[in-house]
Each structure stands twice: as structure tokens, then as C-alpha cells.
Design a protein around this ligand. Structure first.
Ligand SMILES: *[C@@H]1O[C@H](CO)[C@@H](O)[C@H](O)[C@H]1NC(C)=O
Ligand SMILES: *[C@@H]1O[C@H](CO)[C@@H](O)[C@H](O)[C@H]1NC(C)=O
Ligand SMILES: *[C@@H]1O[C@H](CO)[C@@H](O)[C@H](O)[C@H]1NC(C)=O
Length: 970
């Protein structure tokens, strides 16, 4: 359809009209290379300026001579266009002062988290109601005071509202009921007063009962009064946690309590509730934790025999009718904590309660009227604490030494004080103490579980308040359980692809409801990367993780902040927690990665630093800017993690082997399948080179390039983690091993998509990249049989216009695809890739390997055409597997391939021209505008062309959105 000769043909024939045919194309290319002009809008910049001023100059790294969205400021996340601030995450940043009204100017904010800034005070400004797009608002562990403004009801996009641990006062506004998308409501541990808002009585006709999408009501530790609104026990509610403890609530527990069929944790304790316990609790199948203690509940002890999932049950300190220990207790096989102090119990203690068929660990029946003899001889091995103090027990037999038994205040001890003392003294240790001596730098600790190495490393440390456990004593068993749960909970977090091993989690506890949790970095690693530290904090703090045994908690992080920039990006799909609880929680953006501030200026690496380029990065940023890998979207994996996901590099996980080393498949903790390239000992690069490589790779994102997910650099290992490509290589398909039908259309489409990938590297990557090893085994097929170019392991940064040409010291590439000009002159340009791609095209058409039976496909094709003429020559060379093809198109493709393998690089087309030609060969292209001559095309046509052929310059893909747009203008 192209009537004139292609440009390379003209140039080859000495016509001095080079590229004239592609004038428009050239114009478009320059358009593509135009500077990214998007800048954060002034309104947002001004708002950030006002915030910094109000926060005592913090964050001090915000530099108003740069652009917040373009230079990725600390804690600032932006939208795709890089003009609006959408996320502001400044957790534990030592912010002071107040939240100024200008926060309301950041009208595109979706996620605001200022938690753990203990000096951030003042009240919530009413202007916060301007943030109509806000989906997550977390200001926890700060010093906010005053009322929650009624205009909070305007934030109708809100799904998370977390204001725990401030000094907020006044009532909870009834307008809260307008937040129909609210999933998480936490205003606990404030000084809120008044009645819980109820639509049936409130002026606005809305209340908590309207929050039918909410799963969490955390209202505890306030001074709420009045009765519990019956309206919230309507069948529309989805609640799983209802935490009302430590308030001043009165009246009955509504009989409709059984309507909340999804309930898992209910706290009614420490209020002034009265009346009898409704039978509804017993029908809530998923109820694991029930606290009714410390009220004035009366009548019969409730029959909970059908609540068979109960793990923790607290019934003590009420006014229940005097009764024996209920027999149904031994039916609750999952129960591990039973607390019935001051519950008016009398009679014997059945040994069944402690039997080996039960799971019980902690039992407390203190201050009752129990009598007879306690027999623990058949106690289950998990039993740790039995508190029977202040009863009428006269006898005691046989207890395992692992159990602490408190018998004080019983007649038995009158005669056996010595034994009672020793039984009580069997207190297990509560502290994970290190056997190592010596001290560590600030924030660094010796992991007590690694006392063989005695190395200091920096854990993420949090102070935890447990909401659903109120263990009378936390001892060994519970610590281990908790540590295991933290490790597995964090490993399953949707935010991170990190596997946490049990030894990395150390819990120490001082009272029944508080503990410190230290999450140590993997073995042999001194500290978490700031990004991982931020993610760990975020995951624990915001309860993205559920812990079946230890229940929900609030966590305040302590220690000097990790000096991290948190960069924010798009939606994480498959957010596991959300799915597990059956509601799509992560409607919007979540924190994906925290990265270092990316500086543009580079410094010459000092030789010394070059040996340990990761040190500065793994450490907390003191090492200077030059050594900080400029990663965009790729993350660090620990060796441990890689081992786990490849079955310790088992043979069954091997999927290939190349010059670089072996390739393994593996599944990340998230379930995502990946391909892991592990450098063989011969391929190991210097650390500085490896760093350069991952920086380069992580910057490149295009739908026709295999995406880098991350890397591992530990214990002398160098590994790259890529997205998994299920349909193998182009080479495999051509040799028939994949069973993929390689008809004409498929071959053309694979040629097209791989050409686009390469063209992207040449013209849109910044800096432009020369692949240097284009070959059919580096072109992979995804699940939709779209070709993606892989393996930039040998890539080089292309020479730039301002003449900074990289001098390659050593010719690299694969024999058969290698550009002879590059081989001879050592001069590397994009045209070397064009050459290799020409060989791939010939391969696609002939099915032959470039060098097969001692014959070079390029030469064979040229000879065939010279001897037999175009049509015959092509027919004699064509892949016998290619049964049907349009001869004319095939001829054109051969011409194109031969143009690509011209001896002189200048005579070869550019990849953009290659794309254009392939495009013209596929039938569908006839309808598209042709860019010929000097015709003027509309901007729309050009954009359409760009999108179809080159990928839009703003071709954001998935979660890389935020990083992608950071391509810097030249
Ligand atoms: C809240 O729920 C009540 C009862 O279903 C209803 O009458 C009222 O209109 C709702 N209010 C809002 C704001 O949705
Ligand atoms: C009970 O929990 C299970 C497991 O989490 C869940 O699949 C089920 O939907 C829950 N039942 C109700 C009624 O919420
Ligand atoms: C427990 O469930 C059984 C079977 O559904 C029922 O007959 C019984 O009344 C229930 N017991 C209580 C106390 O709810």
C-alpha cells in the first residue's frame, strides 16, 4: 500500500531524501521526546507549603524549588498526570503544631495518614470536609483535641476513619451515618461523651445503624453513655468487630444481638449494662471472642453451648444467679481462655474442662465459691495458668510443672502453704532476653532468637495494645503463638511480598494487654529498607492483618523514624485481607512502596563506596544520594524469601538456563507467579554494576517488555525477579515445542509487539536503552500470546543527543544476531538492535535458527533472492510450517528484514520505521492513516498512531503508575 519506496530503500539507493517519507513520523518522535511538562497545580503546592509551615518546618526535605509530584517528595503521592496530590502519608515524622485549614485545599486527596505524630495537636479543621475524594483518613496516636466536626459526614468517599488515641471530646456526630462507604470506624481511646448516634433518635435521621458497609466499630475507651442503640443490630449490618468496652453504657444488651451474624469479636465489658444476657450470642457461628465482664448483668449465666468457635470468653464480675460451672464449657473445643472471676460459681471443678480434648490454656475462676478437690492429672499440654484464688477448695492433686496455679485464699493452702507458693511461683518467663552481651547503636538490637551471631540489627518496633485478648497472663505459650501469628499475618499482607520467618518476630510483654513487638530484618541484614519498614508499620497499624488467636490490636511505632519517602501508587488488586472478610476494602490506592528520595544530581562514586553500593541504601540514608538506587517499582527480596518461593531452588522449579545462569519459577507470598533469574558464579557482576542494572531495569515499563518485579542481592547472590511469562519464548514456539499455532497473523503480530518493545527502549525509555541481545529466545509470550522483550541484562544506555555516548568496552551479544558493524567498530547504536531484530524477522519467516547446519540465515536469504528472484527465493526459504501466507506481504517482510541487516547501520531503518512497515503489512492497517510525504495529520491522528504503534508516552501500567510518570525531561 505504500506507493513510494521506504526510506531505507531510498537511502540505500543513494537518493538523498532520507526520511522524507517519514517526516511526520519524525515529528511525532520529537513529540514523544518532548519534556514532560506536567507540574503539580499551584493550589496543591500552596497547601503543602502551608502544611510545612504549620508543622514546624517538617518534613524538612520538602524543597519548594522542586515540584512535589515530579520529584517525589517525602510522603507525597500523586495522580497519573502528576498534577494533583492524592496521598499524604507522614507516619511518625515528628510533626508538630496543628493541622491547618489548608489541608482542605488538597481536594484530590484519597489517602491521608498522619499517625504517630504525638506532638500534632489542635482540632480537626472543618475544611477537612472539602476532601470529597478522601477514602482513608488516619490520624492516630496524635494529640488532636476538640470535637469531631459534624461536617465529617461530607466525606462520603471515606472507607477508613481512624482517630484512635487522641484527646477528642464531645459527641460522635450523628452525621457519621452519612458515610455509607465506611468500612472501618475507629474513634477509640478519646474522651468522647454522649449517646451513640442512632438514626431513630438523631436530628439528622442518621446514625451508626446507617453504616451497613462497616465491618469495624471501635468505640472503646471513651465516655459514651446511654443505652446501646437497638438499631445497630439490624440484619443489614456487616459488622465483625463491635468494641464498646470501657464506656459508661447502661441498659440491656439488645435481644436482636443475634442479627449480627458475621460477628467475630464483641466487647461489652466495663460498662454499666444490666438485665440478662440475650440468647442471640449462641447463634453467632463465627463468634470467637466475647467480653461481657465487669457489668451488672443478671439472671442465669448465658448458655453458649452452640457458640462452638469461641476462643475467649469473659463472663466475670456481673450479678449472675449463683450456679455451678456450666457443663457446656467442655463442649467449646476451641476455647483457650476462660475468665469467670466473681461469677457466683459454686460446686466442683470438673476435670473435663482441662482434659486433653480441650484447647484450654488460661482459666480463671477467682473469687467464687468452688469447693472439692482440683485434679489436673489429665490436663492438656497447652494449659499454662489456672487461677482459683479465693474459693473454698480443700484438695489438690497432680499438676504438670508447666502450669502456674494460683490457689491462695483457699482452705487447701492453710495446710499446704509451701506447695501453694511453689505452684504460684511457676511463672513462665515473659521476656525474650538475649544471651548475648554487648550493646548496639541507637535503634539497633540483638535479636534474642539469634544468639549464635549476636549481631545488632534494626527491627521495626511497636507498642501493641490488644483489643481482643485480655490474657490474665501472657506467657511463653502465648508469646510463641503471637510471634507465629505476626509472622504469618505479615507474610500474608496484601501490601508486601515479604515472607516473615518466626525468628524475625520477637514479642515481649509486660502486662496482660500490652506488649512490644519487634520485627527484625532477615538474617544477615542489618536493617529493613525504609520502604519495607514503612510497609510493616502500615500493615500492622492499620490492621490489614488479622490474627485469629490474638485478635485485633492497635500499635504505636517507636524509635527514630526510618528516613523513608513513601511513594504511593494505584490499586493493589487481590488485597487478601479484604477478600478474606468478604468485602472489597481496598477501593483505592494503597501504599505500595516506600522509596528513597530520588535525586537527579549524581556524584562520582567513590571507589570505596562502589564496593558496597547497597550499604547506604540498606542503612538509613546517611550514605549520601549517589548510592541510593533509583528504583521505580522494583522491590528488594530477601534470599530467604526467594528460597521459600523457589522451594530452595529445587530442580522442579527450574525453567531454563542461559548464559546468565539458571531461571526458576516461583510463587510469591501474594500468589503471584514469577520468574527468578539467578546469576551463575560466572555472571556475577560487581555490586555497583548490579545496582546500575536494577536501577535501569526498574525504570522501564511497557506492555511489550517483561516487567521487573524486584531483585535479590544477598550473600553473594544476584537475582532478578520478573513477571512470569507462561507461554515460553518465541524460539520455542518456532521450533514447535509449545504447540502454539504459528500462522501468518500470529507471526506478524509477534513481530509487531516485539518491535514495539524495542522501539520503546530506543525512543521512550529515559535514558534510552540499547538492548544488545535481541534474539528469539529473549522474546517471551504472555498468557494472551503477546510478545514481550526480556533480558536487558546486557543493556546499555544509549548515546544521548548531548553526546554522552557510552563507550562499551566489550562487545556483547549472541552469535548469529550480533551486528557485524558493532562487532568490528565497537561502536554501539540502536541500529545494532535493529540488526538483531532483522535476524529475528528472518527467523520468524524461515523458522530456522540464525546459524543452522553451519549456514547463516542472513546470507542464505540474500543468496536465495539473488539466485532465484524475489518470489521464488522467498518461497524456497519460507518455514514449511507456515502453510498459508500472502506472498506479497511476505516479500515485503523479507525486504524489511534485509534492510534491518544492512551492513551499514545508517542504511538500516529505525525501529519506529520497522513498526510502521509491519503495521502496513497487516490487513487491519489499511483503515489507518498513513504517514506519507509531508501531509499534515491532525493531532488526533497522530495520537492514535502513537498509541497504536508506539504505546502512548503516558502508557501507565498497573501499579507502576506513580513511578512511571517520573520520566524526567531531557
Ligand atoms: C438511616 O437509616 C434509617 C433506618 O433505616 C433510615 O430511615 C434513614 O433514612 C437512614 N439515613 C440515611 C442518612 O441514610
Ligand atoms: C464465618 O467465617 C468464615 C471464615 O472466615 C466465612 O467464610 C463466613 O462467611 C463467615 N460467616 C458469616 C456468617 O459471616
Ligand atoms: C443449640 O442448637 C440446637 C440445634 O440447632 C438447638 O436445638 C438448641 O436449642 C440450641 N441451644 C441453644 C442454647 O441455643
Amino acid at each position: 500500500m505504500i506507493s513510494t519506496l521506504p526510506a531505507w530503500e531510498q537511502s540505500r539507493r543513494g537518493l538523498h531524501v532520507r526520511f522524507s517519507l517519514f517526516a511526520s513520523l519524525v515529528a511525532i518522535s520529537s513529540l514523544l521526546n518532548a519534556p514532560v511538562t506536567s507540574l503539580t497545580i499551584q493550589q496543591d503546592v500552596n497547601a503543602l507549603r502551608a502544611l510545612q509551615a504549620a508543622w514546624g518546618g517538617k518534613p524538612s526535605t520538602w524543597d519548594f524549588s522542586t515540584d512535589p509530584c515530579d520529584t517525589l517528595w517525602l510522603g507525597v503521592g500523586c495522580d497519573d498526570t502528576h498534577t494533583r496530590v492524592t496521598q499524604l502519608l507522614l507516619i511518625n515524622q515528628d510533626l508538630t503544631g496543628t493541622l491547618p485549614s489548608s489541608i482542605g485545599d488538597l481536594t484530590n486527596l484519597t489517602n491521608l495518614d498522619l499517625s504517630s505524630n504525638a506532638k500534632l495537636g489542635g482540632s480537626l479543621p472543618t475544611e477537612i470536609s472539602n476532601l470529597k475524594n478522601l477514602q482513608r483518613l488516619f490520624i492516630q496516636f496524635c494529640n488532636l483535641s476538640g470535637q469531631i466536626p459534624t461536617v465529617i459526614g461530607n466525606l462520603t468517599s471515606l472507607s477508613y476513619l481512624g482517630l484512635t488515641q487522641n484527646s477528642l471530646s464531645g459527641t460522635l456526630p450523628d452525621t457519621i451515618g452519612f458515610l455509607s462507604n465506611l468500612f472501618w470506624l475507629d474513634v477509640s481511646s478519646n474522651q468522647l461523651t454522649g449517646a451513640l448516634p442512632d438514626s431513630t433518635t438523631s436530628p439528622s435521621g442518621s446514625g451508626l445503624d446507617n453504616l451497613t458497609n462497616a465491618r469495624h466499630f471501635h468505640l472503646e475507651n471513651n465516655s459514651f453513655s446511654g443505652t446501646i442503640p437497638t438499631s445497630i443490630f439490624n440484619t443489614q449490618m456487616q459488622l465483625i468487630h463491635l468494641l464498646l468496652h470501657n464506656n459508661m453504657l447502661t441498659g440491656n444488651i439488645p435481644t436482636a444481638v443475634g442479627n449480627l451474624i458475621h460477628m467475630e469479636i464483641m466487647h461489652f465489658d466495663s460498662n454499666a449494662l444490666n438485665g440478662s444476657v440475650p440468647s442471640g450470642f449462641s447463634s453467632i457461628q463465627n463468634l470467637t471472642t466475647l467480653h461481657l465482664d465487669n457489668n451488672q448483668l443478671g439472671g442465669q449465666l448465658p448458655d453458649l453451648s452452640n457458640a462452638t468457635n469461641l476462643q475467649m470468653l469473659y463472663l466475670g464480675s456481673n450479678n449472675f444467679t449463683s450456679a455451678p460451672i456450666p457443663s457446656w464449657i467442655s463442649n467449646l473445643k476451641k476455647l483457650f481462655l476462660l475468665s469467670m472471676d466473681s461469677a457466683n460459681l459454686f460446686g466442683n471443678i470438673s476435670a473435663d474442662i482441662f482434659s486433653s480434648s480441650s484447647n484450654i490454656s488460661n482459666v480463671t475462676f477467682a473469687s467464687n465459691s468452688l469447693n472439692g478437690t482440683v485434679d489436673l492429672s489429665s490436663a492438656n499440654s497447652r494449659l499454662r495458668l489456672v487461677n482459683l484464688s479465693n474459693n473454698d477448695l480443700a484438695g489438690f492433686v497432680n499438676s504438670p510443672t508447666t502450669v502456674q496455679i494460683i490457689l491462695d485464699g483457699n482452705p487447701y493452702c492453710d495446710n499446704n502453704q509451701g506447695q501453694c507458693d511453689s505452684l504460684r511461683a511457676a511463672t513462665p518467663t515473659l521476656i525474650n532476653a538475649s544471651a548475648c552481651s554487648g550493646s548496639c547503636a541507637d535503634n539497633y538490637l540483638i535479636n534474642p532468637k539469634l544468639s549464635t551471631t549476636c549481631q545488632c540489627s534494626r527491627p521495626v518496633v511497636g507498642n501493641v495494645d490488644f483489643l481482643a485478648t485480655k490474657l490474665p497472663i501472657l506467657e511463653d505459650y502465648n508469646l510463641t503463638l503471637m510471634e507465629e501469628e505476626f509472622a504469618s499475618g505479615l507474610s500474608q499482607s496484601a501490601f508486601m511480598n515479604i515472607t516473615f520467618l518466626d525468628f524475625q518476630v520477637v514479642v515481649n510483654t509486660f502486662t496482660a494487654t500490652h506488649a512490644t513487638v519487634s520485627i527484625f530484618p532477615p538474617n544477615n541484614t542489618a536493617t529493613w529498607s525504609p520502604s519495607d519498614a514503612a510497609l510493616i508499620s502500615y500493615a500492622i497499624k492499620n490492621q490489614e492483618i488479622t490474627y485469629p488467636g490474638i485478635g485485633p490490636m492497635v500499635c504505636a511505632f517507636i524509635g527514630t523514624p526510618y528516613d523513608a519517602v513513601i511513594i504511593v501508587s494505584g490499586l493493589t488488586t487481590g488485597a487478601k485481607v479484604g477478600i478474606a472478610i468478604g468485602v472489597v476494602v481496598f477501593v483505592v490506592a494503597v501504599v505500595v512502596l516506600g522509596l528513597y528520595a530520588i535525586r537527579q544530581r549524581k556524584r562520582a562514586d567513590k571507589a570505596e563506596e562502589a564496593n558496597k553500593p547497597f550499604a547506604a541504601w540498606i542503612a538509613t540514608g546517611e550514605g549520601g544520594d549517589a548510592n541510593i538506587p533509583q528504583l521505580k517499582g522494583a522491590r528488594w527480596f530477601s534470599l530467604e524469601e526467594i528460597r521459600k518461593c523457589t522451594n530452595n531452588f529445587s530442580q522442579s522449579n527450574e525453567i531454563g538456563e542461559g548464559g546468565y545462569g539458571k531461571v526458576y519459577k516461583g510463587y510469591l507470598a501474594s500468589g503471584e507467579k514469577v520468574a527468578i533469574k539467578r546469576a551463575g558464579t560466572d555472571s556475577l557482576q560487581g555490586a555497583a554494576e548490579f545496582k546500575n542494572e536494577i536501577e535501569l531495569l526498574s525504570r522501564v515499563h511497557h506492555r511489550n517488555l517483561v516487567g521487573l518485579i524486584g531483585f535479590c542481592f544477598e550473600e553473594g547472590e544476584q537475582m532478578l525477579v520478573y513477571e512470569f511469562m507462561p507461554n515460553g519464548t518465541l524460539r520455542e514456539s518456532l521450533s514447535g515445542t509449545t504447540g502454539i499455532q504459528m500462522n501468518w497473523e500470529r507471526r506478524l503480530s509477534l513481530a509487531m509487539s516485539s518491535a514495539r518493545g524495542i522501539a520503546y527502549l530506543h525512543t521512550e525509555a529515559n535514558p534510552p536503552i540499547i538492548h544488545r541481545d535481541i534474539k528469539s529466545s529473549n522474546i517471551l509470550l504472555d498468557d494472551k500470546l503477546v510478545a514481550k522483550v526480556a533480558d536487558f541484562g546486557l543493556s546499555k544506555v544509549a548515546p544521548t543527543d548531548d553526546g554522552v555516548a557510552p563507550l562499551s568496552t566489550q562487545v556483547k551479544g549472541t552469535l548469529g544476531y550480533l551486528d557485524p558493524d558493532y562487532f568490528m567498530t565497537n561502536r554501539l547504536t540502536e541500529k545494532s538492535d535493529v540488526y538483531s531484530f532483522g535476524v529475528v524477522l528472518l527467523e520468524l519467516m524461515t523458522g530456522r535458527l540464525p546459524i543452522q547446519g553451519g549456514k547463516y540465515v542472513v546470507r542464505e536469504m540474500r543468496v536465495a533472492l539473488a539466485q532465484e528472484g524475489m518470489a521464488q527465493g522467498v518461497k524456497s526459504m519460507v518455514d514449511p510450517e507456515l502453510k498459508e501466507y500472502p506472498l506479497e506481504a511476505l516479500e515485503k517482510l523479507v525486504e524489511l528484514a534485509l534492510a534491518c541487516v544492512e551492513d551499514s547501520p545508517e542504511s538500516r531503518p529505525t525501529m519506529a520505521e520497522v513498526i510502521k512497515e509491519i503495521e502496513s503489512l497487516s490487513e487491519v492497517t489499511s483503515a489507518k492513516p498513513e504517514f506519507q510525504g509531508n501531509n499534515e495529520y491532525s493531532q488526533e491522528d497522530k495520537l492514535a498512531y502513537m498509541q497504536q504503534n508506539l504505546g502512548s508516552p503516558f502508557d501507565y501500567s498497573g501499579s507502576y503508575t506513580a513511578f512511571y510518570g517520573n520520566v524526567q525531561p531531557k
